[in-house]
Write a protein that binds this ligand. Structure first.
Ligand code: ADP
Length: 454
């Protein structure tokens, strides 16, 4: 067709060739845009995996990813060259073709130059935007790794060819960046804060790329450093401990009663814990020894940590020292509670119920209400039910929260209503704290339920 036109009219040949060059520039423009966006959006880990497997394109993509500012400057140079070329070649060519076309129509000759210019400009700008920019951008966002690998060969060749110019332009641009007191970076920062990671985890779980139980455990691992020993310990009032004057038989009796295998030993009062006795140490003794020995003969040392020790560090401490239980000490040096490896692991994997655990479990009752143990942590109740237990106090448990809200010790039947209408009712007491608490959600107001229909 080109030849046929060429044979007939030199002017038309030029226009058509220029239009073809314009189309090529349009595609090249799109390729530069797609290369730029895909390299920005692609996950580097994907390239790393493929590069390790020997994929040369992935290795090149990785190299381009490592010097992102050069890559972007290269893409920018390519886009600018194509855009200028389009303006210089394609637009006049389209206009020339239109002039030829309009000359055969009844359009007045005086109007033809202006009309053809307006139409040619609109057409070229439209094509540049849609074909040269938007479509490649959307494609690159939808499948960044695939697009990047497809384009990296020619794109890397272009960057290599124009490297000196690109480096010079990039240096000039970085001068401007430094002028506004910002340090330019070459590699995209791949570090994320724990909050960003948690967000990414939640999104991955929603999209189904991570199994819910894995997402939960990873999320819990990220939050471990934010939980302190005080929040996870068994409080002092629940300790099964013996004085240092107790016999080995006493320890066995207490272990049988409570189901605990490690019994702290104190001198005079609970604030002076001197060690811990493991039930196994008592069980391996014969009857005579059990009657003769006291707990001090079986005493093992026990570490102490402040209430503020975070669980992540505590876990490492415990693993390093092979200790399964530590005493938690309050700010006055007194005993606040006991924390075992199980308490820490429960934060990672959820409740671990062994054969002897008599822990109360939260239950869901109908009508958007739950019954939870008073010892349940505030944040756990919030996660379970959706309630927000706002307040300035520093109570760890939901029972402590109610005490803070009421400003006195609890009684059965006490009710606290939160600002957004949730109701907490004390159903039973365990000593001075709440045994069971009912958490009742406010009634759901259906959208439009208040409006009357006629
Ligand atoms: P055990 O199986 O001996 O009870 P675990 O380490 O499995 O020990 O702990 C289970 C739960 O019991 C944890 O919440 C822990 O804090 C608590 N616990 C362990 N020993 C005692 C104890 N002597 N007194 C009170 N609570 C304890």
């Amino acid at each position: 067709m080109l030849l046929a036109v060429a044979a007939g009219d030199g002017h038309a040949t030029f226009s058509l060739t220029a239009v073809l060059i314009g189309m090529a520039l349009l595609l090249a423009n799109g390729a530069f845009v797609a290369a730029e966006i895909s390299l920005l959006a692609a996950r580097r880990t994907r390239f790393e995996e493929a590069a390790e497997g020997g994929d040369r394109r992935a290795r090149r993509a990785l190299a381009a990813h490592r010097e992102l500012s050069v890559t972007f400057s290269g893409a920018q140079l390519g886009i600018t060259m194509c855009s200028l070329g389009l303006g210089a070649v394609a637009e006049p060519a389209v206009q020339a073709l239109l002039i030829d076309l309009l000359a055969t129509t009844p359009v007045p000759a005086g109007v033809i130059p202006v009309l053809s210019l307006a139409v040619a400009l609109s057409l070229v700008v439209f094509l540049h935007m849609v074909v040269g920019e938007m479509a490649p951008k959307n494609l690159a966002i939808a499948a960044p790794e695939r697009v990047a690998l497809r384009l990296i060969g020619p794109f890397a060749g272009f960057v290599l060819l124009f490297r000196p110019l690109i480096l010079f332009l990039n240096w000039l641009a970085n001068l401007l960046v430094r002028a506004v007191r910002v340090t330019p970076v070459d590699e995209r920062q791949l570090v994320h804060t724990p909050d960003e990671l948690a967000l990414a985890l939640a999104e991955s779980e929603d999209l189904g790329t991570i199994a819910p139980q894995d997402a939960r455990m990873l999320d819990a691992a990220l939050r471990l450093a934010a939980i302190d020993a005080e929040a996870a310990m068994t409080p002092r009032v629940d300790l099964a401990a013996v004085p240092d004057t107790a016999s080995v038989g006493d320890v066995l009796d207490l272990a049988a009663d409570t189901g605990h295998t490690r019994i702290p030993v104190y001198h005079e009062d609970l604030d002076h814990i001197v060690g811990i006795v493991h039930v196994k140490d008592a069980l391996i003794r014969d009857e005579d020894d059990r009657a003769r020995l006291t707990v001090t003969d079986l005493l093992r040392p026990i570490e102490a940590v402040p209430e503020s020790r975070d669980l992540e560090h505590l876990l490492y401490d415990m693993l390093e020292q092979s200790s399964h239980a530590v005493v938690v000490v309050d700010e006055f040096g007194g005993t606040a509670g006991l924390i075992t490896l199980e308490d820490v692991l429960e934060e990672l994997v959820g409740e671990i119920a062994d054969e002897f655990d008599a822990e109360q479990e939260p239950r869901r009752t109908p009508e958007r209400s739950w019954v939870v143990p008073g010892t349940m942590r505030r944040d756990e109740v919030e996660r379970l039910t959706g309630i927000v237990l706002a307040g300035d106090g520093d109570a760890e448990t939901v029972s402590g929260y109610l005490v803070e809200q009421l400003g006195r010790l609890l009684e059965v039947g006490d009710v606290v209503t939160t600002a957004d209408g949730w109701r907490l009712t004390v159903r039973s007491l365990e000593g001075r704290r709440a045994g069971e608490i009912e958490v009742h959600a406010p009634p759901v107001v259906e959208k439009g339920a208040t409006s009357t229909s006629d």
